[in-house]
Design a protein. Structure first.
Length: 251
């Protein structure tokens, strides 16, 4: 290109355009990038663009993010490999994702089909039911990474192993599990260790009902390569990670 000559972004090869647009969040693609020109819109409709769906939302942007997420899932045509959602996920949205039909748009007629390619899933700070969590496990047989992070609203949380048992029963291939501020107990943790033989990374920060009593701590040290325990310098670390994510998303 000659000095002073402007680039016509609409005439870039589709492979290069795709590589550039993949650096944006899914929200940016749906709300902005696909509206730039016809060639960009064509690239944005390619199912390969939607193997990873990044819907992490740290601020109220005034958009209907659930509808946008459904559009992103539809465009993947059942080929999702990774999806990250913060703050706005609901049971109905999770059901929609789990029932996404490979090879075509979402179809209500067949509810037993799965997402065989999905390996990484994050639902943070969203009120999801244990039934939806089980549906995810049954629908995503190759799930390797699950990040299920809650908000700590009570100083003394109630005990519940519902999430832990759903994970243990339906997600045997997990290698990376993050359960920030979950209400599971030692019993729930034991169930996960019993049924997830490939688990190597386990994040239990703010899981205040986990005591690692008896031989559980030893079992974790022998099985888990990277263990983040329930107590310690937790909140500062979590705040720093949120700041990092905000900076990363804004780029």
């Amino acid at each position: 290109m000659k000095e002073g000559e402007c680039i016509n972004w609409a005439e870039l090869p589709s492979e290069l355009t795709s590589s550039i647009l993949r650096r944006l969040s899914s929200i940016d693609i749906l709300e902005n990038a696909q509206r730039v020109c016809t060639s960009w819109r064509h690239v944005c409709k390619d199912p390969e663009m939607w193997r990873k769906v990044d819907m992490r939302n740290l601020v109220d942007v005034g958009l209907n993010l659930e509808i946008m997420c459904r559009h992103a899932v539809d465009r993947s045509q059942g080929g999702l490999v990774e999806i990250d959602i913060w703050n706005f996920a609901t049971d109905s949205l999770l059901n929609y994702i789990a029932e996404s039909r490979p090879g075509q748009e979402h179809n209500q007629k067949n509810r037993s089909l799965r997402l065989p390619l999905l390996e990484e899933l994050e639902f943070s700070y969203c009120p999801l039911s244990v039934e939806s969590l089980r549906l995810v496990g049954r629908s995503c047989p190759n799930l390797k990474t699950l990040k299920l992070n809650r908000l700590r609203l009570m100083r003394f949380p109630y005990e519940s192993d519902d999430d832990a048992l759903a994970i243990a029963e339906t997600m045997p291939k997990l290698s990376h599990l993050q359960l920030f501020a979950n209400n599971l107990t030692d019993a729930g943790l034991n169930a996960i260790l019993d049924n997830c033989p490939n688990l190597e990374h386990l994040d239990l920060r703010e899981c205040r009902n986990v005591k690692l009593s008896g031989d559980l701590r030893k079992r974790c040290s022998e099985k888990i390569k990277v263990l983040r325990e329930p107590f310690g310098c937790i909140m500062l670390t979590h705040v720093l990670e949120l700041i990092y994510d905000m900076l990363h998303i804004s780029r």
